[in-house]
Design a protein around this ligand. Structure first.
Ligand SMILES: [Zn+2]
Ligand SMILES: [Zn+2]
Length: 337
């Protein structure tokens, strides 16, 4: 089967690999679409500690069930599906507390075992989700949306909340749509790219401001007492550091973007104390695929407009380059026939 492998950091090969073996409880998925995410770029650069090389990356994918193991009962050959790439151990302390995303032995398709940048990928039956009539392109974005849903459960948006989102990439745009559905009344999006800000307005942002022109004065014009929620979807430490000043007293800062693991930011503990601020992190997803699918099937979140590139797997290096360097990119996907 055709596969894109990262043999070692910055060393990729698009080549023929044997089809993965199918265990009794496994499902073989014939991949149709697979998205590139920031994690894949970290794996590419060798800056993702969990990755095990050589690796076929890809943890955001959709396709058709091609084969099932002998004990599989909940899906059948031909079904259109996606998969939750996170494979918790189900027996550690955190799994016992239902914090599956904090599993002490977490494995993940496309990170610790071969993923979806290939014609076929094997996942356990328990990770498979039917996608009904959703397009394969949209279904390959259910995983990042499930991460936003997990964040929503932590942040607990209230009806009428005002919100500021830094970053209008695919994650920021998923967040925008999900929080509006969850009750946020006024959502302002900040980014440097005008094309992305236009998309944010098309998808429901009440206002957008170019990052170059955004400061405390312009923020106060939009929301005089600050925002109930400020979310970072950039992962840029300076943006996170600067973001706290835009919070209303009593507000919540949502740390969602992936900052470099050694980065530090300066915040004033006095300000956190004095202004009743809350800092909320949300990592990956925690059994939130069904909610993600429901949001899309119910029409609350649109996924197709967030896809800017679709390339065949043969153009692996080029696709990775777009995903990393094209300033106007949104989601870059591989499309397999
Ligand atoms: Zn991802
Ligand atoms: Zn566990």
């Amino acid at each position: 089967m055709l596969s894109a492998s990262i043999v070692s950091p910055l060393n990729a090969k698009v080549h023929d690999l044997p089809r993965p073996n199918l265990g009794a409880n496994d499902v073989l998925i014939e991949v149709k679409n697979a998205g590139i995410c920031g994690t894949d770029l970290h794996i590419w650069h060798g800056s993702y500690a969990l990755a095990q090389y050589p690796l076929v990356p890809g943890h955001e994918f959709s396709g058709v069930v091609g084969q099932i193991g002998e004990k599989v009962t909940t899906t059948k050959v031909g079904e259109r599906v996606t998969a939750d790439p996170n494979l918790p151990c189900n027996h550690c302390y955190f799994c016992q507390k239902r914090q599956f995303n904090q599993c002490l032995n977490l494995k993940a398709v496309g990170v610790t075992r071969d993923g979806g940048f290939a014609q076929y990928v094997v996942v356990p039956e328990s990770a498979v989700f039917p996608i009904g009539k959703l397009s394969f392109a949209a279904a390959a974005m259910l995983e990042p949306l499930a991460c936003v849903v997990w964040g929503l459960k932590q942040v607990q948006i209230q009806a009428g909340d005002s919100m500021l989102i830094f970053g209008a990439g695919p994650m920021g745009m998923l967040m925008l749509q999900a929080v509006k559905h969850a009750g946020a009344a006024q959502v302002v999006v900040i980014d440097r790219e005008e094309s992305r800000l236009k998309l944010a307005r098309d998808l429901g942002a009440n206002a957008t401001v170019n990052a170059n022109a955004f400061d405390l004065a312009s923020a106060h014009e939009l929301s005089p007492h600050g925002f109930d929620i400020v979310a970072d979807a950039t992962g840029i430490p300076k943006v996170i550091e600067g973001g706290f000043q835009y919070l209303r007293s009593g507000g919540k800062f949502w740390v969602f973007g992936v900052a470099p693991d050694k980065a530090l930011v300066a915040i004033s503990p006095y300000e956190v104390f004095r202004r009743d601020l809350k800092i909320i992190g949300s990592f990956a997803l925690n059994k939130t695929f069904h909610e993600s699918i429901a949001l899309v099937q119910g029409g609350a979140v649109k996924l197709e407009p967030l896809i800017s590139h679709q390339l065949p797997l043969e153009r692996f290096s080029e696709a990775m380059h777009f995903a990393e360097h094209d300033p106007e990119r949104m989601k870059v996907q591989f499309k397999l026939d």
